[in-house]
Write a protein that binds this ligand. Structure first.
Ligand code: NSS
Length: 432
């Protein structure tokens, strides 16, 4: 007999059928002559009852001694049991132990740092497994949308010689006899690739040596980036909202059970499947913040607090556009009608989450870009190849980057970004 998955036996059609299951002990209790084992596999949990009067003595003894996370094989008949989690249980006729576990280090109630130290074990928890399934669906949906809309997937480098998003958060690595950096963004390379492919995207790890530990910053995160020739900022904003709306829609369709397990209120997610998303300018955002009593001045960059306050006015993702030039990256194109602001946009997720996307139209003029590279304190010779793009067939173009863990954090309703990635990296944490 084949092994079946737990989710496939949790149905009325399976009542009375004999099945074989395999997995790990999720809960364990011995009451009188019965052992109640809640078995877990990648698809769910089911209560298995081992009755001493119905199995050989050896099987009952083994079942009584199981510790949490022991791996086992069971055979039995599916029954309806309203008191069991999920409403069904397995009446066990045979059970064999693949690996006896005693003293699994996680028993419940441990603190955050302890669980991070034991991430290699905690990662099998139902919560983290559920979030990983949602992340899978997010990536699947993003890829579907990009395929359906004619975008080429490309593979930019991770080891780089120059900064994209500012020297302060660069990770330096030894590169033979030279210095190199881990990529902060694939953008500059994607800009190269649009001259052959016009519409490109990549999914890569990005690295940021963020000094402060916050709920929404990782040192290593997954970055989905798009870049397209001939696209204005407006065109790119449309692409970004269509993409996010599609992803949310697919997750709602494919992850009902997961969202329910996480007790996610999906009302705002439902609204977020509809575009267009609202837009406000940076000027308007400052005005709103001041009206709400925050002490911000025009020219300040927004942190998590300002963003959280702004999200309270919206019930779906929204854009902030036209930021002051000096708080944004060197490659952004200034607004021709108002050169103190750039043609840049952030998309913020509602419900307090804040920025999930940063994008812009790019500076296409050689001299202006050269000047910005110098102003930024970079050595123009490091950016010769990037500047060259403005010498040979320069075209208007735009792009953006989406932080996958930020998006997952919002969709899954997590209160910390660490649970949106299996092995979170931030200052002070590289193990396991
Ligand atoms: O710095 S960004 O705002 N923009 C860029 O890197 C552009 N070069 C992207 C592009 O146009 N191709 O980062 C983009 C997104 C941002 O909105 C966040 O969602 C995410 O990347 N991000 C992060 N996620 C997790 N942890 C950290 N530290 C982080 N930094 C940015």
């Amino acid at each position: 007999m084949e092994y079946t998955s737990i989710d496939s036996v949790l149905s009325d059609e399976m009542i009375g059928k004999k099945v074989r299951l395999r997995g790990w002990v999720y809960r364990h209790r011995v009451i009188g002559g019965k052992v109640f084992v809640v078995l877990r596999d990648s698809t769910g949990i089911i209560q298995c009852v081992v009755d001493s009067s119905k199995v050989p003595q050896q099987v009952f003894d083994d079942a009584s001694k199981l510790g949490l996370e022991s791996s086992i094989l069971v055979e039995g008949v599916v029954c309806r049991e309203p008191r069991a989690p999920g409403g069904y249980e397995l009446h066990v006729s045979d059970l064999s132990v693949v690996h006896f576990t005693r003293d699994f280090p996680i028993k419940g109630g441990e603190g955050v740092e302890y669980l991070l130290d034991n991430r290699h074990l905690w990662i099998r928890s139902r919560k983290l497994t559920t979030v990983m399934k949602i992340k899978h669906r997010v990536l699947e949906a993003a890829r579907e949308w990009l395929l359906d809309n004619g975008w080429w997937e490309v593979t930019p480098p991770i080891l780089t010689a120059s900064a994209c998003e500012g020297g302060a958060t660069l990770f330096e690595v030894k590169y033979f006899d030279k210095k190199a950096y881990l990529s902060q963004s694939a953008q500059l390379y994607l800009e190269v690739l649009i001259y052959g492919l016009e519409k490109v995207w990549s999914l890569t790890p990005s690295f940021r040596a963020e000094m402060s530990r916050t709920r929404r910053h990782l040192a290593e995160y997954w970055h989905l980036e798009l870049e397209a020739a001939w696209y204005s900022m407006e065109d790119m904003m449309k692409v970004s909202e269509e993409l996010v709306a599609y992803i949310v829609d697919r997750v709602l369709e494919r992850c009902r059970r997961e969202l329910e397990f996480l007790k996610r209120d999906t009302s705002i997610l439902e609204k977020s499947t509809k575009t267009p998303y609202p837009r406000i300018t940076y000027d308007e955002a400052v005005k709103r913040l001041k009206e709400k009593g925050l002490s911000v001045e025009w020219g300040d960059d927004f942190g998590a607090d300002e963003e959280r306050v702004l999200t309270m006015d919206f019930d779906k993702p929204f854009f902030i556009t036209h930021f002051p030039r000096h708080i944004k990256s060197f490659y952004m194109k200034p607004d021709p009608g108002r050169p103190d602001v750039v043609l840049g946009f952030d998309m913020l997720a509602p419900e307090g989450y804040g920025e999930i996307i940063g994008g812009s139209e790019r500076e296409v003029d050689y001299d202006k870009l050269y000047q910005r590279v110098v102003e930024e304190g970079y050595d123009p010779s490091d950016y010769k190849w990037y500047l060259d793009l403005r010498r040979y067939g320069s075209v208007p173009h735009s792009g953006f980057g989406l932080g996958i863990e930020r998006l997952v954090m919002w969709i899954a309703g997590l209160d910390h970004i660490r649970d949106a990635i299996p092995f979170p990296r931030f200052r002070g944490r590289i193990y396991p």
